[in-house]
Design a protein around this ligand. Structure first.
Ligand code: PMP
Length: 353
């Protein structure tokens, strides 16, 4: 603390991202990055964008990228917002749409950035417990609310809601904004995008960081009714007019246009996830049904802390939280087939030790 800090800063509880250590041979399964590189076409577009034009500001409205995303998802460019990673898009959504008299609702076990934004923006919130099966129970959202935000699939559980369930939620809450954070949706959940034509209160937030293997480029986006997009744009233009540089805009466009590479890498990750769950089950782990590029798992006879420490000694990083209800669970990113075999071997040795 310093006497120069504003009261706001003194009161913040910043988000702590998963570590990014530089250890030789590390099997890094802690931050849900893709084990594959980005689309080669995206890399070529990023390199090509590193030219003399970098002296010029990028397009502040990222029109070409928004048009590409609109065409890909079958919406209009006025229904697309882009930002510097979906964390920034979410931050703008919290400021623009989620602060109301009544509290914001989100699951008790969910993306741990949500309460951080609430604190930053002074948003009252109520957390709604997941049910005994660690799933979102829509009936529990029938309570006074100013807005709702849910990841689908949820993080860190990986458990998804069907599109019909999301539609039911929207039908029950027609008069408040509902944000669905689809960071992991491409790995096997239903997208809510087709619902935006019917529900003007729905904002869908997405990222290039996971299924498009571009976490280092920082590109996220949101889709929704033009009036919701306008609200986000008003906040963005009150904060940073140029959130996406030229290489980011060019790389993101090329990634969207490379559908073949996208499908191929998704298929590899979902196949490895099945192998990982099978291996974990054989070792006695209980794993939640995952629609994401990670699994949430626990062992009945070993604490999460002990397992995470044992893996770390073998240069395998996974993520866990010292938090109520989930302290014994590990969130493990689905890596390559080879990384998965290393993980299963390390766990086998640990359990036999
Ligand atoms: N939403 C969820 C649920 C996430 O897990 C993450 C990644 N930490 C994000 C959003 C943000 O991802 P990014 O800012 O890289 O787009």
């Amino acid at each position: 603390m310093s006497r120069f800090w504003s009261p706001l800063v003194q009161d913040l509880k910043p988000y702590v991202p998963g570590e990014q250590p530089r250890i030789e041979g590390l099997v890094k399964l802690n931050t849900n990055e893709s084990p594959f590189g980005p689309s080669p076409r995206a890399m070529a577009a990023i390199s090509a964008a590193a030219d003399d034009n970098l002296r010029l500001y990028p397009d502040p409205q990222a029109v070409a990228l928004r048009e590409t995303l609109a065409a890909y998802h079958g919406v209009s460019p006025a229904q697309v917002f882009v930002g510097n990673g979906s964390d920034e898009v979410l931050a703008h959504a919290f400021a623009a749409l989620l602060r109301h008299e009544a509290p914001l609702l989100f699951p008790d076990i969910s993306y741990s950035f949500y309460p951080v934004y609430c604190r930053l923006f002074g948003i009252e919130h109520v957390t709604v417990p997941l049910n005994a099966g660690m799933a979102i129970e829509l009936a529990d959202y029938r309570q006074p609310a100013g807005a709702i935000i849910l990841p689908n699939p949820n993080a860190p559980t990986g458990v998804a809601l069907s599109r019909a369930r999301i539609a039911a939620l929207l039908g029950e809450h027609p008069d408040i904004p509902v944000v669905i954070d689809e960071a992991y949706v491409d790995f096997g959940a239903d997208t809510a995008i087709p619902l935006i034509a019917k529900y003007d209160n729905l904002l869908v937030v997405r990222t290039f960081s996971k299924s498009r293997a571009l976490a280092g480029l920082r590109v996220g986006y949101a889709l929704g009714h033009p009036s919701l997009i306008q609200a986000l744009t008003r906040v963005k233009d009150s904060f940073n007019s140029y959130p996406l540089g030229r290489p980011a805009q060019a790389g993101a466009i090329a990634s969207v246009l490379d559908e073949g590479y996208f499908r191929e890498t998704l298929a590899a990750i979902t196949a490895t996830r099945a192998r990982m769950v099978e291996g974990l089950t054989a070792l006695g782990f209980e794993t939640l049904p995952s629609s994401a590029n990670f699994v949430f798992t626990r062992h009945p006879n070993h604490s999460g802390a002990a397992l995470a420490a044992a893996l770390r000694e073998r240069a395998i990083l996974v993520r866990r939280w010292d938090a109520p209800r989930i302290g014994d669970w590990l969130r493990i990113t689905v890596g390559t087939g080879e990384q998965t075999e290393k993980l299963l071997t390390a766990l086998t040795e640990t359990l036999n030790a």
